[in-house]
Design a protein around this ligand. Sequence first.
Ligand code: SF4
Ligand code: SF4
Length: 66
Amino acid sequence: MTKKYGVGINGAWCKGCSLCIGVCPKKVLELSDRMKAVPARETDCVGCRQCENICPDLAITIKEVE
Ligand code: SF4
Ligand code: SF4
């Protein structure tokens, strides 16, 4: 069974730098019109945590979900 992941983004901490959007191999993230990263395709997330690691503001938390 394939694992599923929840992509949590703290909008108050996100400054819209787009680093996470560029690093994601599955194109899960997009920039909203309010210039915040949002998990537009969360079901495509493979849990690699590259976005979590690259975010300079620690705004992303990846969690495995049941
Ligand atoms: S890397 Fe962090 S601060 Fe930059 S857009 Fe993504 S969530 Fe926001
Ligand atoms: S954990 Fe990996 S696949 Fe999931 S949103 Fe972050 S970079 Fe993309």
